[in-house]
Design a protein around this ligand. Structure first.
Ligand SMILES: C[S@@+](CC[C@H](N)C(=O)[O-])C[C@H]1O[C@@H](n2cnc3c(N)ncnc32)[C@H](O)[C@@H]1O
Length: 396
């Protein structure tokens, strides 16, 4: 990550604008200040950290508000360095102009944009954890009219498969870097034709870490069309059995089971298991009914909150770094910063498998998320309800 260290900070008058970089406001923490920075449409924080021992300042991007392209961060650091610092002791900020424009085609990260992009697609297949991508690319070749969405958490796999798809000129592929459970929970209902889960990590000794679980099954049932199907292919009998049992919680479903069926395409993992003469199980679940649309009208519980200056003072005094755990969500109060008359609080929250890190601004005019709002997953809604409850208790 680009950063630099300096011995002297000059006085910072805000707002400030130069070469398309805007510094708008600053929030002050114990040893770290945050500088709200804007370039084009992107907002993020620069972090100014005091190293008391070495009498230096470390300036870098705040890791949870990074802009989409590293070039923006480099540019903001260069402008900050030239205008507000002296005696730079070391730096790693070199700006490569290509980094400002380069994004790997076919890979999308902005879930909100993705949801808009795919809502009117006629046919959608999703492959969860596509790895080397053999099966995903095969599906794309076989079904040129279907949008094939690949979900992965391993960045090199996304980049590798994007390159292969581009070299074959396959344009019906969209690769998304996220946890499959998060994507499923925000997709519109009755949208998807097929969900493939091929050779997931078995976690035979720690089943709670599996992608499949009752919430996952509920979300599959919700996002799949009435004619849709979920397909598991695995070498782990325990995973197969666990998935069957999970889906058997539904009262009306059909399950088709196959053993050692040869498909036209074999993935890297499949090849490995076949060389070891392992059995391969297919479980194909269909018969999902029609599902209610996602409720988009729900609001985050803090959106109508408002504190007077006495309450804000009380929150400031009582704030401490602490974690709250619910059955399926958590909320972590991480840090607090002071900004003029308001408070800025950094929290981590959400489902245990997918935490969000966000900043919340509390002022006499209201309470709001500083950057984008989080997705309205049920875990996020519950965590923010808990946040409301605790903030309220801090005012007493
Ligand atoms: C054992 S590999 C199988 C890859 C591929 N399906 C195959 O058959 O060769 C499992 C893959 O799932 C990905 N993965 C694990 N958990 C995931 C999750 N929650 N969401 C999306 N991908 C995930 C891993 O990064 C890994 O690439």
């Amino acid at each position: 990550m680009p950063n630099f260290k300096c011995k002297t900070l000059k006085e910072i008058q805000l707002p400030f604008e130069k070469e398309g970089v805007e510094f708008l406001w600053m929030a002050k923490g114990e040893n770290v200040d945050l500088l709200f920075t804007r370039i084009e449409q992107e907002n993020f924080f620069l972090q100014i950290k005091k190293d008391v021992k070495n009498h230096t300042w470390l300036i870098k991007g705040e890791k949870h508000t990074k802009p989409s392209q590293i070039g923006y961060l480099q540019k903001a650091l260069l402008v900050f360095k030239e205008n507000f610092t002296q005696d730079v002791v070391c730096e790693a900020v070199a700006l490569k102009h290509t980094r400002l424009i380069q994004k790997t085609p076919l890979i999308a990260n902005d879930l909100k944009e993705i949801l808009e992009q795919i809502q009117d697609k006629k046919q959608i297949y999703i492959e969860i954890g596509f790895g080397s991508g053999r099966h995903l690319l095969y599906q794309a070749r076989q079904n040129p009219d279907v949008l094939i969405i690949g979900i992965e958490i391993y960045t090199p796999a996304l980049e590798q498969v994007a390159k292969l798809a581009l070299s074959e000129k396959l344009n019906n592929i969209l690769l998304i870097e996220t946890d499959a459970r998060l994507l499923l929970s925000v997709l519109e209902s009755n949208l998807v034709d097929k969900i493939f889960l091929h050779f997931p990590v078995p976690w035979d000794k720690k089943p709670h870490r599996r992608v499949v679980g009752i919430n996952f099954a509920n979300e599959c049932a919700r996002v799949l069309k009435e004619s849709g199907q979920f397909e598991l292919r695995t070498d782990s009998f325990l995973y197969f059995d666990f998935t069957l049992e999970t889906f058997l919680n539904f009262s009306h479903l059909k399950a088709l089971i196959k053993k050692n069926e040869n498909l036209e395409i074999s993935s890297k993992y499949e090849d490995r298991w076949k060389r070891q003469n392992k059995d391969i199980y297919d479980l194909i679940i269909s018969g999902f009914g029609w599902s209610e649309a996602l409720n988009k009208d729900q609001k985050f519980a803090i959106e109508e909150l408002c504190f007077d200056s006495k309450e804000l003072k009380s929150i400031e005094e009582k704030f401490k770094n602490e974690v709250f755990k619910g059955e399926d969500f958590f909320l972590h109060f991480e840090k607090m910063y002071l900004k003029d008359e308001s408070l800025l609080i950094k929290i981590a929250f959400g489902a245990f498998y997918k935490s969000e890190h966000m900043y919340i601004n509390l002022s006499c005019n209201g309470v709001n998320f500083v950057f984008d709002k989080p997705f309205k997953t049920k875990e996020n809604l519950k965590a923010i309800e808990k946040l409301r409850e605790i903030l309220y208790s801090y005012t007493k």
